[in-house]
Design a protein around this ligand. Structure first.
Ligand SMILES: CC(=O)SCCNC(=O)CCNC(=O)[C@H](O)C(C)(C)COP(=O)(O)OP(=O)(O)OC[C@H]1O[C@@H](n2cnc3c(N)ncnc32)[C@H](O)[C@@H]1OP(=O)(O)O
Ligand SMILES: CC(C)C(=O)C(=O)O
Length: 509
């Protein structure tokens, strides 16, 4: 496994790693068991030369590589940078495709061969290990690529890397390049063949694996697949494909797979490149299940919906995420986790409330569920229940609210009232509908969860003569939460009026 997170990964627009950050990532790559670490492009800047040198000195159990154009000044910069490395390697490249030859290098085939050979022979005086990359190999004529590879072997390259520089290849085509090189190039058995893919068409991992099937010894890539444009092959994907489908690939890596998650997090943190939730292997959702049928399967037997166990890559466990697609099995499991033991009827009632909330809210958190359950854990009879609520608010007009209240689960009362503010208008409407004269002693509001769709929790305290009662309401909308809290307090007040001295008895629904 050849990791180029610090070189091609750093070529991602907006990414700039300083020396300390490069060393930190390199040390983690070493822990991950990466064989070869490409630390940078020393000729690019004095800073990069210094970073490559710091990585070269810090790493003891992996080859450290510097990239270089086929030019003496680049090679000399890499020599300088790789001083002190336990196992240094120079990575030379020169483009070979017709497009790059004609427009970028302005070289004929012969000049390409001569320039590359001269560079390899010059570098060979200083490096035992040289990797040569015919850049844009994917779009290079296959017979010319064979010629270039043969020249590189003769000149002293120890690895020939085949880059699909612009992510143009399909797996069949890319595999065929490796098969052809293995069949046709004299001396190919003396060197290692490597694959370096880009993800422009989303085929970087598939192409790398096709290379493995056709004789590649080394895969180049980055952690989280970061890199130029759409990125490089994600090494964690290749590693897990080889591990999970060893029946197909029959190839092994030396990676300590348990370090994958940690490495991914570190690279994401230091590069500032967030890992998409649905990213294979390391995305936040890679081991998360939201739909009821999948969650039920997972609870019965994990292999129904997981081909990799999260522990393999160093994660604690899979996640069953509650949302609008979840079913009763997962909901019950979550309640048990949270310490609630509900009977069948109570569970069904709570599940209905949960579905109602999930329809309105993206993520239903543990706090949301607790809030939902605890709203309903008193056994006060519901004389009044909030049915509908509509508020008109304008900063230059008097707020008004139209509220619908159901009485004892049956008759629907509806009325409109104005107030000093939206909440006051709602409370005036409820007072008018219920005919209750109460004093609002206290009102408080807080957010139960986070984000724009967080649940708001309202507490109110009402007094009527000597009797007082508190109520609580929860909703994604604070006005609705306010109305619910008021109605809840009214119901408790009515109950207390009937049985003075009675305390609320707590039991689940
Ligand atoms: C596919 C890849 O990822 S390759 C690696 C890409 N990474 C980078 O380019 C990052 C580091 N690069 C840099 O910092 C700069 O480009 C430098 C320092 C290397 C060179 O900078 P400059 O001298 O200003 O040249 P510039 O980048 O504008 O142009 C590249 C020159 O290198 C030539 N060149 C490109 N590849 C090679 C090569 N492999 N070998 C020799 N010459 C090359 C180009 O033809 C061009 O030459 P020209 O000036 O004669 O036209
Ligand atoms: C330098 C080479 C290997 C490269 O990064 C590419 O061709 O994509």
């Amino acid at each position: 496994m050849f990791d180029t997170t610090l070189r091609d990964g750093e070529q991602s627009p907006g990414v700039n790693l300083n020396t300390k950050e490069k060393v930190e990532i390199a040390l983690q790559l070493e822990k991950l068991g990466i064989d070869r670490i490409e630390a940078g492009f020393p000729a690019a800047s004095p800073g990069d030369l210094q970073s490559v040198n710091a990585v070269a000195k810090a790493i003891k159990n992996a080859t450290v590589i510097g990239l270089s154009r086929s030019r003496v000044q680049d090679i000399d910069a890499a020599r300088e940078a790789l001083k002190g490395a336990e196992d240094p390697c120079l990575h030379l490249f020169l483009a070979t495709s017709p497009i790059h030859r004609k427009y970028k290098l302005r070289m004929e085939k012969e000049q390409v061969l001569e320039t590359a050979e001269r560079a390899i022979r010059y570098a060979k005086q200083y490096f035992d290990k040289i990797e040569f990359s015919p850049e844009d190999a994917g779009r290079t004529e296959l017979d010319f690529l064979c010629q270039v590879t043969e020249m590189a072997i003769r000149a002293g390259a120890t690895v020939v890397n085949i880059p699909d520089t612009v992510g143009y290849m399909t797996p069949l085509e890319f595999g065929n390049i490796f098969k052809t090189l293995r069949e046709k190039v004299p001396g190919i058995e003396r060197i290692q063949l490597s694959a370096h893919c880009h993800d422009d068409l989303g085929m970087a991992t598939a192409n790398a694996l096709a290379a493995v099937l056709n004789g590649a010894d080394q895969i180049e890539g980055t952690i989280n697949g970061i890199g130029e444009r759409a990125g490089n092959t994600a090494l964690e994907e290749v590693a897990m494909a080889l591990e999970t489908r060893s029946d197909v690939f029959q190839a092994k890596t030396t990676l300590n797979l348990k370090e994958i998650a940690r490495t991914s997090r570190l690279v994401s943190k230091l590069t500032g490149m967030a890992v998409p939730g649905n990213k294979a292997i390391v995305g936040a959702n890679a081991f998360a299940h939201e739909s009821g049928i999948h969650q039920d399967g997972m609870l019965k037997e994990k292999t129904t919906y997981e081909i990799i166990s999260p522990e393999t890559i160093g994660l604690k466990e899979s996640k069953l995420v509650l949302g609008k697609h979840s079913g009763r099995h997962a909901f019950r499991e979550k309640l048990i986790d949270l310490g609630y033991d509900l009977g069948e009827e109570a569970l069904n009632a709570a599940f209905a409330k949960f579905k109602d909330l999930a329809d309105r809210k993206k993520d239903v958190s543990d706090e949301d569920i607790r809030a939902l359950l605890e709203e309903k854990i008193v056994d006060t009879p519901e004389v009044y229940a909030l049915d509908t609520i509509e508020v008109r608010y304008g900063n230059r007009s008097t707020p008004s609210a139209t509220v619908g209240i159901r009485v004892e689960g049956d008759k629907l009362l509806q009325g409109t009232a104005e107030g000093n503010g939206s909440v006051d208008a709602i409370y005036n409407a409820i007072d008018a509908l219920t005919g209750e004269t109460v004093e609002l002693e206290d009102y408080s509001i807080k957010s139960v969860t986070h984000g724009k769709d967080a649940l708001g929790e309202v507490h109110v305290a009402l007094r009527q003569d000597e009797v007082s009662a508190k109520g609580r309401g929860v909703s994604t909308d604070i006005l609705e939460a306010s109305a619910r809290a008021y109605v809840d307090a009214l119901n408790r007040l009515i109950e207390k009026r009937k049985t003075p001295g009675r305390r609320d008895k707590m039991s689940l629904i």
